[in-house]
Design a protein around this ligand. Sequence first.
Ligand SMILES: [Zn+2]
Length: 447
Amino acid sequence: MADLAITGPVLRDGRLEEAVVVVDGGRISAVEPAGTHVDAAERVRLAADEVLLPGLVDTHVHVNEPGRTEWEGFASATRAAAAGGVTTLVDMPLNSIPPTVDPAALETKRRAAEGRCHVDVGFWGGAVPSSLGRLRALADEGVFGFKCFLVDSGVPEFAPLDRAQLDRALAEVASFDGLMVVHAEDPDVLADAPACAGPSYAGFVGSRPREAEDAAISGLLDLARENGTRVHVLHLSSASALPLLAKARADGVRVTVETCPHYLTLSAEEVPDGHTEFKCCPPIRDAANRDALWRALVDGAIDAVVSDHSPSTVDLKRLDTGDFGSAWGGVASLQLGLPLMWTAARERGIGLGQVVAWMSTGPAALAGLDAKGAIEPGRDADLVAFAPDASFVVDPGRLHHRNPVTPYAGRTLTGAVRDVWLTGRRIVAGGSVAPDPLGRLIRKDRR
Ligand SMILES: [Zn+2]
């Protein structure tokens, strides 16, 4: 007898089909046609307005514990993830103290996370000047790849790489066929741009011009080509970099790229001056740029949509002064990604299958999470009962984020996460997150 059988419209290969998903031992053991009799200890039939999706995979989350747990911690972040239908997240190596730059720091992070996670959690490692030459040891401990900055990261303990250091790091990562994920803004272009101070949003965007992204991506692609390294461009905001990426891919450079819900659902024109809850780096740009990002997604030129959930305490967002120069840069959206994307996609005539490909299948493939990202026999039974026509108004008080600062307050969104199963166990029921943290700490298996 199976453990669980869920019957209803199931999203597979981009389409909804009436089916029975059979779960045994935490994994999907079979997907049977509707009407098939299945012996199961627990049977669930989805409500008439629900569909079953694979759990989302968010490979860009800053949890910040230990060290800056007051910004966000494992319990609060993974509760928010679960409530938003995200069943796997991969934590960024910076903003926690210590940053995840060596095996001892990774062990410290794992101890902080152990027993607190409501979803499965993996870790990225950090490539900083002091960790070069020692990256392999961290890869052997199961990080999913390495993150580096080329500009000031915002925290002193995570230094950027200069061009020569990036070259060395890419050669090193290539030597064990690892993955380098890059915050791509160019320090020289930023240094030449006007400085940002005060509440003007246009002033802030002017201080982080698209040329900074384009130059950094161009330089990265050159070095990735020379070193044969697999690279990934984080949080692409500048659509003018897309032709560079397309050309490099056509030339055989192993490069993938992600963007984020805030670049796809917001635009510079609608950011009021002084509203630093919209500040992130690179910045949210104009509406024409946003539309170009959507076209690239639909064309398959962008591989994944992930949150870049990067909160801070309320005081560091400087909502009091509205000063874009001194406010922490980061948009918190872990719990809202799916309804944000679904609301915007549907207005553009884009189906749920595409959204799931960008937010589950794509990120799982990027990180090499072979057991995640689809409802297929053999994969983990990470499943979401989603009501695509339900709508709600974003109320910051209902967010599980530790600091419920959000640029989406008051927005009406379509799509509700009702129930979530993680490896076959229900972690969200009727929209409420279960008290037991059932998530596991996962590691990259290197073959
Ligand atoms: Zn980030």
